[in-house]
Ligand binder design. Structure first.
Ligand SMILES: [Zn+2]
Ligand SMILES: [Zn+2]
Length: 572
């Protein structure tokens, strides 16, 4: 919890400094520190007590002092003073992904616009027109950005919602609480989440409800009864509901509040056909003139009364899982144990932070047998893409590491597909790699036909094994670009190219439905975390969620293959 708060303060300082037009290095330092703290696995307070703050990547003496001040006093004077220099709405305006700090400042100084709402009004009324420095195009962009910001408020990505839910659960999980579980779309592991539902069992419901409504992360209490409370949390303004449930109905309530709605309707219909009724209180046998409660303590009990397989929450979308569960033919979901390696990792050769040998040690912790180090190609200057010379240097290092490493390092590249569909390295170089993943990083605004053509021409290159983040979406920043997925899948199948489920928490690309489509076209999927730091490797869990929702099994996924099998596949 404290890690998060401190990271957030540092991020806001970076924004405020940007508004002031301060030194870019200083701004970058705060951003970097915020990221490091957010990724920390230990509690920062413990590090502070052990005087180890400066061991954190990007934390020097000055920032260590500031962290201590926050830990000791709960606030930071430097931050409070900075904040006073600008209206608070400007920080929010800076969240608009298409609006830079300079423009925010200009708009504020010229028009006294200091909230997103006022800005939207002004743009819609074309009040910013005709002013030097702000073109029509800028106005369109601003509007587009505000839309993205609004969408971002409506649905939160899975990883953020999980963090928020966990912070609630960890504070509520005391001796007064017998059981506590997340329900809703978060339990189904959807890629974006609107609100969080928590269910608990307790002998002291009012105590638990009171405690919940008064937690420090609660910004506003929307409603509060004896067994239910709804609040807004302060980090992302998400609604969080807690319900205290009778133990004997916990399973049926969990099922009811997990949904999806479509799943619940279908299951109720099936139950009715078999002479049962289900609702949030239990499962009832329907007799002539009355209903008899026969179960509901656990979900397993309900499924077994209905004589069907247990359906994991990830599958409960009414996409055929109820029929499959009745025929005993649900897919066998993969788990972390089935994953033999990560196929998309960046090292410090390009824009990653960790060295290859650090990544190898981390991969050992995951029990992996291989990892693919896929750094960016030369043209992607923002991401420190590798020149041909550096590619060979990297190859040499990998050869050395592989001599005595338990985890085999695949020599890889994430090669840019340029706006005409050409790859960023020549074939003579591409053939040197063990694995080439190709991706689009520019020219997002091209037509569907053009982008599809680019990806297809990359698939046809005999050295390309995988298309990375195939739709390019980046939560809150960029919508997916338009592609003709079916056309791509046909070619990918013919040319034996896999499609990635990028596990980076803001991407999750392909998503569940697209991955399902790929499976139907017999195209292999690959889970890649797109890690740029050691801490990112654990994002594989989000890819596993997507794969489960897509009904994938071991055979559908490249990195469930044993090393020999994978190497053979990569050679086509
Ligand atoms: Zn990429
Ligand atoms: Zn990448």
């Amino acid at each position: 919890m404290e890690n998060k708060q401190i990271a957030q303060i540092f991020r806001e300082i970076a924004k405020l400094l940007e508004l002031k037009g301060d030194n870019p290095f200083k701004i970058r330092a705060y951003q970097k520190a915020a990221q490091s703290i957010e990724d920390l696995e230990q509690n920062i307070r413990i590090l502070a007590e052990q005087d180890k703050l400066t061991q954190i990547d990007g934390i020097g003496k000055d920032l260590a002092l500031k962290i201590k001040e926050i830990l000791q006093t709960g606030k930071l004077d430097y931050y409070l003073l900075l904040k006073k220099e600008f209206p608070s709405g400007l920080l929010e305006m800076m969240e608009i992904p298409t609006l830079g700090p300079k423009t925010v400042k200009k708009i504020y100084e010229k028009f006294k616009i200091d909230t997103v709402e006022k800005l939207k009004e002004a743009v819609l009324a074309k009040k910013l027109t005709g002013i030097e420095g702000i073109k029509d195009k800028t106005q369109e962009n601003i509007l587009r950005g505000i839309e993205l910001l609004e969408q971002r408020r409506e649905r939160i990505p899975l990883y953020l919602a999980s963090q928020i839910a966990e912070s609630f659960i960890s504070q509520l999980n005391t001796k007064e609480v017998k059981k506590i579980e997340i329900a809703g779309s978060l339990r189904r592991r959807k890629d974006t989440i609107r609100d969080i539902d928590i269910l608990a069992v307790s002998n002291k419901p009012t105590f638990v409800i009171d405690k919940f409504s008064n937690l420090p992360m609660v910004k506003e209490v929307l409603s509060k009864g004896e067994k239910k409370s709804s609040v807004i949390e302060n980090q992302n303004n998400m609604q969080v509901d807690l319900r205290v449930i009778d133990e004997k109905s916990f399973g049926s309530a969990l099922m009811y509040f997990t949904g999806s709605k479509e799943f619940n309707i279908k299951l109720r219909q099936l139950a009715a056909k078999k002479g049962f009724k289900i609702n949030e209180y239990g499962i009832f046998k329907i007799k002539k003139d009355k209903e008899e409660w026969i179960g509901g303590k656990t979900e397993e009990e309900i499924f077994s009364i209905l004589k069907m397989q247990y359906i994991p929450p990830q599958l409960r979308e009414d996409r055929g899982e109820i029929e499959a569960a009745c025929n005993n033919s649900l897919p066998k979901p993969i788990t972390l144990k089935d994953i033999k390696g990560d196929l998309h990792i960046h090292s410090n050769y390009s824009d990653g932070l960790a060295s290859i040998s650090q990544l190898v040690s981390k991969a050992e912790e995951f029990g992996y047998k291989y990892i693919a180090i896929c750094d960016h190609s030369r043209s992607l200057k923002v991401a420190r893409g590798l020149s041909e010379k550096d590619v060979y240097k990297k190859l040499e290092e990998i050869r050395k590491i592989n001599k005595n490493s338990k985890v085999y390092v695949l020599f890889g590249a994430e090669v840019d597909i340029d706006s005409d569909g050409n790859l960023d390295y020549k074939d003579e170089l591409l053939k040197e790699f063990d694995i080439v993943i190709a991706a689009i990083h520019t020219g997002f605004k091209q037509s569907k036909e053009q982008i599809t053509k680019r990806i297809i021409s990359a698939c046809k290159n005999k050295y390309v094994s995988i298309i990375a983040h195939p739709t390019g979406k980046l939560w809150g920043v960029r919508e997916p670009y338009a592609i003709d997925l079916e056309e791509i899948l046909k070619v990918a199948y013919d040319y034996k190219v896999g499609l990635e489920i990028n596990c980076y928490p803001q991407r999750l690309d392909l998503n569940d439905l697209d991955a399902m489509k790929a499976k139907n076209f017999k195209v292999k999927l690959s889970l890649g975390t797109d890690s740029h730091r050691l801490e990112h490797l654990k994002s594989i869990a989000f890819g596993i969620d997507v794969s489960q929702r897509a009904w994938l099994e071991k055979n559908d996924i490249l990195n469930c293959m044993e090393p020999d099998e994978l190497f053979k596949w990569l050679k086509k």
